[in-house]
Every structure is written in structure tokens, then in C-alpha cells.
Design a protein around this ligand. Structure first.
Ligand code: UD1
Length: 416
């Protein structure tokens, strides 16, 4: 367990180049299995989840070279179809290997995926996807196994817009000759990035306004992709400025990808100036204002991954904010920790009622998931006094040197 000490009360000034998107990189790495050529991922983020996915691919037999900010994947030698718990246990995204492995090897057996504990995370929609393509599956508390003799194109209606299940459906369909359709699919920017990679490799993909995704499998060959900036990382810096005050220039992020939460930070008082292509300056003076109601939704709505960060800002806002978590059933855990820092948050079922206090105060707190850890760090940077934040290894899963970057911008964070 690693921990840090944060001396709060310092404003943030400077420039940040936003890292490549975690949730785009992970499925694209998985999709590289479908490619008989070489895949080049430029601007990949060097974070723990990506390192874990690299280990997973290498244990299947892939050869991976890291060169500056490029990851070069040769999946030709991959042959292994079983992944044990010691390799899948650490990241949830190991589930996106199911589709590509099934498509390529017709058999996959992987230990139950790990990842953040943010509520029940069933895989029933994924399994319905594989069944629709002609596969059969079995699952127990340890393993998931999916197999088929041959796969055929399918018309699939998603009961829920699951990001991972949509990615598995697209990747499986990309390996099947013929036209498949996914209705009510998720269309997060990270899924668009996955589609951009597959299109660059030769797959036909069309996404309609009504969330229908048409995929026609074709032979995949060499492909190169620039991983887009991580909108949740950009949102983390926006949350930090909203809470601490100051001015930051963020580069390398597409503002349209952030639209689900820009209005929330703007409502809290953050000012935003567009500085051209993929660059923006954000400024905050004074205490944030509360916003009445925030509800998490699939894209383009307010993302669940920003929920705890906005909660930290609302905890010190003038007035009362209500946050409703509608995607995951146990993702309001940061509230208990924020209350240790003098916040006044009541949680009932999946709703948090946050009565903003004048100042948060330093305390000993414990991170329980990746974005919750970022939220507590932001709260601590804005608080009066010193905070001890435990379980900071969660931050390494999704952020490239977050504490070092904040220190460069004016924060006082010490590794213990
Ligand atoms: C992805 C993101 C995660 C983000 C989430 C929602 C990655 C690596 N992770 O996770 O950061 O918070 O999308 O935007 O991209 N569900 C089912 N059955 C299924 C699958 C999902 O009931 O078979 C439910 C989940 O329990 C959850 C909801 O659907 O309540 C959304 O989950 P999903 O979109 O699948 O999340 P992930 O792909 O795991």
C-alpha cells in the first residue's frame, strides 16, 4: 500500500499535455489480435492498466515493442487461448480480449477479470453478444469460457449501452465475413477510436445517429493510430482547477469529447477559453457554485468516471448539489472519505446529497478506486491543512505521474 501527504491550499498554474486515453488504448491493444499485420499505437499512455494489458497480450504470444510514445504490436505469433487469474485479476479490461480471442482462435478461457470495485459488473450482455454470433459459453466463479465451431454475422440489440460489450461485439464482427449490426450500441469517444483503428486496418464500420453500428469483417492488415487525448484525465485537471483555483492550459484533448461535463464545471464557475485545435485554457477564481443535479449517463451524457471528481468539487461549493449515479450500483464510496475531510454528504441508494462547506480540512483518507483516488487528491489539494491519502497505487492505473504534474503546477504533494 503506497501513500502520499498533501499540503492543501495552493492554486494551480501552468500547462499540461493531456496523456493518451486509457479506455481507447486498452480495447485497441485487444483488437490488435485480429490483425495479421503490425499495429502501431502512437501516444499510448504509460500507465499500470496498459502495462497489465501488455503482459496479457505477451502471455498469449504477441511481440510488443515500446519506442518513445509508440507501442508496436505484432500479434502474428499469438496462439495461447487460456489466461490465468494471476494475469487477468488486475484489470477489468481483460474482458475485451474475449471477443478478439474467440474470433481468432474459436476458443477462449480467461479467469474472471479484476478491476475497480465500483459495484456488480456482470458480463451477461457480453455473453449474449457471443451467443448471437454462434458461440456457446460457460462461467463459474473462477473462469469464463467461450467457444464455437464457426461464427456468423449477427443482428444484436444491446439491452444496455455497455461500453465493453459493444467493443466485444464490434471486434468479433470485424473478424467475420459478412455484415453485422449492433443496435443501441455505446458510442463513447473511446469506441469511436477503436473503430478508427479497425477502419485503418481495413474493416468496414458505419455508426448511425441512432446508435446502430454496422460492421463488415475484412482481412485486417498493418494499421497505425494516434490515440486521442484522455477526456477523463482532462476532466481531472478541470476538477482540480475548479477546486483549487488558478489557470491551466490543457493541450491534446478534443473538447467535443468532454461535452458531457464541460457544462457541469462551467456551472460551478470554471471559465474556459478555446485556444485552437485540441487546446483550451481553464480559469477559476473563488469558491465553486453548487449545481442542482448531476446524473451519470452513457455518452454524450455526464460520464460516471467524472462523478467522484465532481463530488469533490461540490463538497466545497456554495450550496447543495445532488448527484445520481445511474451506471454503477456502488460508486459513491468517495463520499465517506470526503466526510472525513469535513464534507457534508449524505448517500442514499445511488444518490448523494452534497451540502457544500466553506472549506474541506486535511484528514487521513483511503482511496478505493481509480477515479475516487483522483477525487480525494483534488479535495486534499484544496483543503486546509495536511491530508494523508492511502492506496495511491490506484492513481498509477490510469494517470501518468499525476502527483508530479500537480507539483509542477504548484501543488505540494510528498510521496511517503
Ligand atoms: C467502461 C470503462 C469504465 C467506465 C464504464 C462506463 C473501460 C476499460 N472502462 O467499463 O471506465 O466507467 O465503461 O462508462 O473502458 N453491464 C451489465 N452486463 C454486462 C456489461 C455491463 O449489466 O454484460 C452493466 C454494468 O454493470 C454497468 C453498466 O452496464 O452497470 C455499464 O457498464 P459498461 O459500460 O459495460 O462498463 P465497462 O465496459 O466495464
Amino acid at each position: 500500500m503506497s501513500s502520499i501527504e498533501i499540503e492543501g491550499g495552493h492554486r494551480l498554474y501552468g500547462e499540461v499535455q493531456v496523456q493518451g486515453s486509457k479506455n481507447a488504448t486498452l480495447p485497441i491493444m485487444a483488437a490488435a489480435l485480429l490483425n495479421s499485420g503490425i499495429s502501431i499505437l502512437k501516444n499510448y499512455p504509460d500507465i499500470e492498466d496498459v502495462r497489465q494489458m501488455k503482459l496479457l497480450l505477451e502471455s498469449l504470444g504477441c511481440r510488443i515493442i515500446l519506442e518513445d510514445d509508440q507501442m508496436i504490436i505484432d500479434s502474428q505469433p499469438a496462439a495461447e487461448t487460456v489466461l490465468e487469474q494471476d494475469v487477468t485479476g488486475k484489470i477489468r479490461a481483460s474482458s475485451v480480449l474475449l471477443g478478439p480471442m474467440l474470433a481468432r482462435f474459436h476458443h477462449v478461457k480467461i479467469a474472471q477479470p479484476g478491476g475497480c470495485r465500483i459495484g456488480k459488473r456482470p458480463l451477461d450482455i457480453h455473453m449474449n453478444v457471443f451467443k448471437a454470433f454462434g458461440a456457446s459459453w460457460s462461467m463459474d466463479e473462477n473462469f469464463i469460457e467461450v467457444e464455437c465451431t464457426r461464427l456468423h454475422p449477427a443482428q444484436i440489440r444491446m439491452s444496455k449501452r455497455s461500453v465493453g460489450a459493444t467493443e466485444n461485439a464490434i471486434m468479433t464482427a470485424a473478424y467475420i465475413k459478412g455484415r453485422s449490426r449492433i443496435f443501441n450500441g455505446a458510442v463513447e469517444p473511446e469506441i469511436i477510436a477503436l473503430c478508427d483503428y479497425l477502419k485503418a486496418a481495413g474493416t468496414f464500420i458505419q455508426i448511425d445517429d441512432d446508435n446502430t453500428i454496422t460492421v463488415e469483417g475484412r482481412e485486417c492488415s498493418h494499421a497505425s493510430i494516434d490515440i486521442p487525448g484522455d477526456r477523463i484525465v482532462a476532466g481531472t485537471y478541470m476538477g482540480a482547477v475548479t477546486a483549487c483555483g488558478g489557470r491551466l492550459k490543457l493541450s491534446g484533448v478534443r473538447l467535443q469529447d468532454c461535452r458531457g461535463f464541460l457544462n457541469v464545471f462551467a456551472g460551478m464557475g470554471m471559465q474556459l477559453k478555446n485556444d485552437g485545435i485540441e487546446a483550451v485554457t481553464i480559469t477559476m477564481d473563488g469558491r465553486p457554485s453548487a449545481i442542482n443535479m448531476v446524473e451519470t449517463e452513457p455518452y454524450p451524457g455526464f460520464p460516471t468516471d467524472m462523478q467522484s471528481i465532481v463530488m469533490a468539487c461540490a463538497a466545497m461549493a456554495s450550496g447543495r448539489t445532488v448527484i445520481k449515479e445511474k451506471i454503477f450500483d456502488n460508486r459513491l464510496g468517495a463520499a465517506v472519505q470526503l466526510n472525513r475531510m469535513n464534507a457534508n454528504i449524505h448517500v442514499r441508494d445511488n444518490t448523494a446529497c452534497i451540502n457544500g462547506v466553506e472549506r474541506l480540512k486535511g484528514a487521513a483518507v483511503m482511496a478505493q478506486d481509480l477515479r475516487g483516488a483522483a477525487a480525494l487528491l483534488i479535495a486534499a489539494m484544496s483543503a486546509e491543512g495536511v491530508t494523508y491519502l492511502n492506496n495511491t497505487e490506484y492513481l498509477d492505473r490510469g494517470y501518468v505521474d499525476l502527483c508530479g504534474t500537480f507539483n509542477r503546477l504548484g501543488a505540494r504533494i510528498h510521496e511517503k
